[in-house]
Every structure is written in C-alpha cells, then in structure tokens.
Design a protein around this ligand. Structure first.
Ligand code: COA
Ligand code: MG
Length: 285
C-alpha cells in the first residue's frame, strides 16, 4: 500500500508551542528534532518534551520520527535510550557518512529488540560520495538530503540556485532507487516566499524525490500540493493503464499514446501515481 510522505516537517523539541501544534498539522511526517534545531543547554528538556508528545498526543495520520544526535556526541546515547521507549515509525540519524554509521545505530536498536527503520540524513560531501553504500545497508529505509549543511560543506555561498547541488541531489536519488529506499529533498529556508518554495518543490519532484523536508507549517500546503498527483497526472495514468491493456491484448509490448511511446515501465509509474492518489483519498474520507 502506498503511504503518503510528501511533506516532512522538522519540529525542534525545544520549541514548546511547535511540538504542541503537531497533531493539528497537515504534514505527512513529523520529524521531532533533538539535533541541530536544539541548543545544547536545552537538549534534555527537548528530549523529555518530545517523548511526552509521542506518548500522550493523538496524531491523526502523521508518521513520527525523532532525529537523534550523533551517537558519538554527548547526547546521542541518551537520545537512543529514550527512543527505545517511544512509539515511532522510524529513526533519523544525522550526518551519516558511511554504512558504519547506520550499522552502529542499527546494532544498538537490534540489541534492544527494537529494529526501527533508519532514515539517513546525508548532508556532507563524504555522505554524498558514500550514498550508495549507505542506502545498501538493510536497516536504511530512506535518504534525506541535508542541503544546508551540504552547501556549507561544499563551500557554497547561500543561494536558492540549486545548480551547484545537482550532482549531490542526483547521487542521492540514484543511490536510493538502486537500493529500494525512499528519498527526500532538503529544506527551503527562505520564509514568506511561497513562489520560491513552489519552484523548489517542483524541482525536487522533477529530480525524483518522494517528498520534501520543511521548517515551518506555512510550507506544508504547497508541498502537499506539488507532491500529490495532479488531475492531469491521474488522467494520464488512467489512460496509460487502459491503453496498455489493449497493447498486451494485441500481443505487443510497445504502443503510442498522445504521441508518446509507452511500455511496461510507464504502466508501473502510472500504477504508483494512482496508488498514491488512492491513499490520499482514503485518508481524506
Ligand atoms: N513545527 C511546528 N510548528 C511550528 C514550526 C515547526 N517547525 N515552526 C513554527 N511553528 C508554529 C509556531 O509554534 C506558531 O504556532 P502557535 O502560534 O500556535 O504557537 C506558528 O507555527 C507560527 O510560527 P512563527 O511565529 O511564524 O514562527 P516561530 O517564531 O514560532 O518559529 C522557527 C520560527 C524558525 C524558530 C521555527 O519555524 C523552527 O524552529 N523551524 C524548524 C527549524 C529546524 O528544525 N531546523 C533544523 C532542521 S533543518
Ligand atoms: Mg543538518
């Protein structure tokens, strides 16, 4: 079954009102952050707040993740110990640079009988060049681009022009697809700029990302819109599937629809589009 994962909102565990607001938000995934979104002085408070929210709040449909601090940091082991007690859908590990980074966390989870899927935040040049090996680790279920750290690590100036990031973004999509992982785009950090956000969502979708990470609730609606199948995409998918049944009935494997060649691979894409649409409609009903 297709699970909508269009919009993934980072929520710093230290932002009390933001944590409280989560169950009311229309994002598909909530990533409670204990890492860079939280100052060292309040790490313990943030962890406790997130654990209380996970235990007590009713989340109508959102998947819940926690982004822990690196297990080599002063806070990572306490984060992991807390996560073992929580009801989560997956665990996000920051600054993953090798399959060993996944293995270190996966081994601890397995030792405690809690083999949560790991979503790897890949946000350094080393992580990018190791993306395929990271995605290949059996515990890794998703790659999440950390585009702001990556810009800094690559020595890029801040800009909304993603041309200098293209190699890294494509490396992540390629690695994820090669090893059956999900793949999510980085955050857009210019506030109050819906057109810029829309353009970046469209760019991410064109590159093959499944959805996008966000930093503010104002970004959810546009992201959901762009990463949902449009009416045209749904109509096109239905047409491809219908026509291809005739194609096969005529013992052919290639056909032409509206001037475009279609093959079995287009049917698989069309089925994925309709599965996502069905999942969204089921949730809305
Ligand atoms: N998740 C959930 N709710 C959020 C939110 C978030 N990331 N950011 C803001 N909100 C809520 C606020 O609590 C407020 O709701 P309320 O009035 O019911 O309390 C509402 O949205 C409007 O917020 P606003 O006043 O515009 O922003 P702010 O000053 O509260 O917060 C930031 C601004 C940048 C501090 C905050 O958006 C943030 O921390 N974003 C995430 C940053 C992050 O996680 N970085 C690390 C990963 S890249
Ligand atoms: Mg980061």
């Amino acid at each position: 079954m297709s699970v909508p994962r269009r919009s993934l909102l980072f929520v710093p565990g230290s932002h009390e009102r933001a944590v409280a607001k989560c169950p009311t938000l229309a994002c598909d995934v909530i990533i409670f952050d204990l890492e860079d979104g939280v100052a060292d002085a309040v790490k313990d408070d943030a962890r406790a707040r997130v654990m209380a929210a996970c235990a007590e709040a009713a989340f109508p449909h959102q998947e819940k993740l926690v982004r822990i601090n690196s297990i080599d940091s002063a806070f990572g082991r306490d984060d992991l110990a807390a996560v073992l007690e929580a009801d989560l859908d997956a665990l996000m590990v920051p600054k993953v640079e090798s399959p060993d980074d996944i293995e270190a966390v996966a081994a601890l989870l397995a030792a405690h009988g809690k083999p949560l899927p790991i979503w790897a935040n890949v946000e350094t040049p080393r992580g990018i060049v190791q993306a395929a090996a990271i995605a290949e680790h059996p515990a890794c279920h998703a790659l999440v681009a950390g585009t702001n750290d990556l810009r800094a690590g690559l020595g890029l100036t801040h800009s909304n022009d993603r041309t200098p990031l293209l190699y890294a973004l494509q490396a992540l999509v390629c690695a994820a697809r090669a090893y059956d992982c999900l793949v999510f785009d980085g955050t857009y950090i210019t506030f109050g700029d819906p057109e810029g956000l829309r353009a970046e969502c469209e760019h991410g979708k064109m590159l093959g990302f499944d959805g996008k990470t966000l930093v503010h609730p104002e970004q959810i609606a546009i992201t959901n819109e762009i990463f949902s199948p449009s009416a045209e995409e749904i109509a096109q998918a239905e047409a491809v599937i219908a026509q291809y049944q005739d194609t096969l009935a005529q013992q052919q494997s290639v056909d032409i629809l509206d001037g475009q060649m279609i093959e079995a691979l287009h049917v698989r894409r069309a089925q994925a589009t309709l599965a996502l649409d069905t999942a969204l409609k089921r949730r809305a009903s």
